[in-house]
Design a binder for this molecule. Structure first.
Ligand SMILES: Cc1cc2nc3c(=O)[nH]c(=O)nc-3n(C[C@H](O)[C@H](O)[C@H](O)COP(=O)(O)OP(=O)(O)OC[C@H]3O[C@@H](n4cnc5c(N)ncnc54)[C@H](O)[C@@H]3O)c2cc1C
Length: 461
């Protein structure tokens, strides 16, 4: 029976980072991933010479998160193109963000000053609170409120003001203002996303760790409140109804990278306390999923509003009434499209139940295409269009009060020694890729029993 110090189940961002950090720290690690490639929701797909990515678009790390973790591993995320403008479609035309949200300058400055000077730990106290409540307590004017809420709708994939959590939004704004001096910062990693996962695999293997793809974990083994290991089997079956118990791999520490929607499938019933299972089930409710519907398109000319490296946004478009974003990916990285061609992507936030309504979906895609043609004249001349829904998998969880931060299931399993959960749907802060990277770091430090001094300036739990 093979024995390891740590078994990591799942090779998404969180699983790979946890495995790479623990290997670097001298633990004997094996990472098990059911698909042939690492990456999870970050998954580049070739289509007619273009590279579409299932999940990842831009990384929102100002330097202290995932980028710093790569440095510790002796690897590098090279910041490629950075978004340099946020044009907003409002009243039938594209406007500079400052034209749309005109807050009182001194109020705005005092809110930012308070934000930057506050400690990240204070935000834990606002996990239950809507962002608007926090801003009103500071006497913020309507323009300032509208600006903060606009960014909240974009980043947390929530469009109702009462669904914008104060803690998540304040955390991201503080990080962006403090580390980069701007409201929003996002970049494309040079060399694309495949390069990021190749580097993590290298980091694991250089430090005597093992990566096994096409291997599915069917069960985490727990006995007398202690983790014993996992049962793993080949993900591919020769016959669809084939039965294979699989192989037992032993370890006293198991980290699950599975999201709340599927994690309970691999944990034996009764191993976790019922209150903790209830938190997982409640957070996993479909009404908390961050969803959108969108279109990838190939074109001869970039589909932009004002400038190449912009990230376009809208509070609602005339026919859909939905908020959303778009950008020309090939302006950030020309290798994602054939020479002389462009790749465009956009997303319109909506509810999971709307995506499940076939009539709504058909009608909405019709409206989206008509709106995009009005908003971007070059959209009329696309070479191809690919519609997609972001539901299974979803982007993640919405950043709603009561569904963020300390309301999420902790990454340390209660009542089971050696069991940990690293996923963007468990405890963490921030956005997508960067959020789960920081959760992985927090979890690794908890396993090690100490903070790693290299990350002194990195916020994490
Ligand atoms: C359309 C879309 C756009 C996005 N855009 C952005 C963006 O621009 N910026 C950003 O920061 N984030 C973005 N995200 C979010 C980001 O992709 C996720 O936050 C991040 O990838 C989550 O990583 P994770 O490690 O938590 O989980 P996952 O990526 O879900 O990884 C879980 C892994 O576990 C594996 N697994 C599951 N079950 C088993 C099993 N039984 N045995 C073995 N392996 C198993 C899965 O195959 C998977 O590899 C986007 C997501 C989507 C869907």
């Amino acid at each position: 029976m093979a024995t390891y110090d740590v078994i990591v189940v799942g090779g998404g961002v969180g699983g790979c980072i946890a495995a790479a950090l623990l290997s670097k720290l001298g633990r004997r690690v094996i990472l098990l991933e059911k698909y042939p490639q690492l990456g999870g929701r970050v998954h580049p797909v070739d289509y007619q010479g273009y590279t579409l990515d299932l999940g990842a678009h831009l990384i929102e790390d100002t330097g202290s998160g995932i980028c710093r973790i790569y440095e510790f591993l002796g690897k590098k995320i090279e910041v490629g193109a950075v978004s340099d403008a946020l044009p907003v479609f409002a009243d039938g035309k594209w406007k500079h963000i400052g034209e749309v949200f005109r807050g009182n300058k001194s109020t705005f400055k005092s809110v930012i000053k308070e934000l930057v000077s506050s400690d990240y730990s204070e935000f834990d106290g606002y996990d239950h609170l809507p962002l608007r409540a926090w801003l009103l307590e500071r006497n913020a004017d309507q323009g300032t409120i509208d600006f903060f809420e606009f960014l909240a709708a974009l980043e947390q994939i929530t469009d109702q003001w009462f669904d914008h959590s104060a803690s998540e939004n304040l955390y991201v704004r503080k990080m962006h203002y403090e580390e980069k001096g701007m409201a929003g910062y996002s970049f494309w990693p040079k060399g694309g996303y495949e390069n990021l996962f190749n580097q993590l695999k290298e980091a694991i293997e250089e430090n005597s760790g093992e990566v096994r793809t096409e291997t599915e974990v069917s069960q985490v083994l727990v006995e007398d409140g202690k983790v014993l290991g996992v049962v793993a089997r080949p993900a591919k079956r020769d016959v669809v109804n084939e039965y294979s118990y699989g192989e037992v791999l032993e370890a006293s520490v198991v980290i699950s990278n599975l999201p709340v929607w599927s994690v309970l499938n691999i944990i034996p019933q009764g191993a976790l306390p019922s209150w903790y299972v209830d938190i997982i089930r409640s957070v996993a409710s479909e009404k908390n999923k961050a969803c959108w519907i969108g279109i990838y398109a190939g074109s001869e000319e970039p589909i932009i509003a004002k400038s190449e490296k912009e990230l376009c946004a809208w509070i609602e478009t005339p026919r859909t009434g939905l908020p959303g974003f778009s950008f020309t990916v090939s302006n950030y990285d020309d290798s994602v499209a054939p020479d002389g061609k462009h790749l465009f992507v956009c997303g319109f936030s909506c509810k999971a139940e709307e995506i499940r309504d076939k009539a709504w979906l058909r009608n909405m895609f019709h409206n989206i295409e008509a709106d995009l043609e009005d908003m971007f004249p070059s959209f009329k001349r696309t070479l191809w269009r690919k519609k997609h829904t972001v539901l299974e998998p979803a982007f993640g969880l919405q950043g709603k009060p009561g569904v963020v931060g300390r309301f999420r299931p902790d990454f340390v399993a209660p009542n089971v020694d050696g069991l940990y959960f690293v996923s963007d749907t468990f405890r963490g802060r921030g956005i997508g890729i960067d959020k789960v990277s920081r959760t992985a770091l927090s979890c690794v430090e908890r396993i090690q029993g100490e903070k790693i001094p290299f990350f002194d300036k990195t916020w994490r739990y």
